[in-house]
Unconditional design. Structure first.
Length: 116
């Protein structure tokens, strides 16, 4: 399966971006989807999770109330709406598809830079 992220870019503090991750996998709807990020010199961290049916979401404390993960199983796409962005949100953002007992997949990443 291929995951392709898009939507990253340069934004001023307080601004918004929406990331998209399009999947080529036929059974996309059976995978939990996650967004991770990795800032320079730091370890990759989990940002948000949405279950396969979209019924449950979870967020890192650092983004709660500012980021929203969602998915459209018909379009095989997961989204990350990011509002009230801060300089510390600057990172490469990766989407991940995970299903217990099956191979996990990663996208190539998209750069998000929050700076004035």
């Amino acid at each position: 399966m291929q995951l392709v992220e898009s939507g990253g870019g340069l934004v001023q503090p307080g601004g918004s971006l929406r990331l998209s991750c399009a999947a080529s996998l036929f059974t996309f709807s059976r995978y939990d989807m996650r967004w991770y990020r990795q800032a320079p010199g730091k370890e990759r961290e989990l940002v948000a999770t949405i279950t396969s049916a979209g019924g449950s979401t979870n967020y890192a404390d650092s983004v709660k109330g500012r980021f929203t993960i969602s998915r459209d199983n018909a379009k095989k796409t997961v989204y990350l709406q990011m509002n009230s962005l801060k300089p510390e949100d600057t990172a490469v953002y990766y989407c991940n598809a995970d299903r217990p007992g099956w191979q996990s997949y990663w996208g190539q990443g998209t750069q998000v830079t929050v700076s004035s």
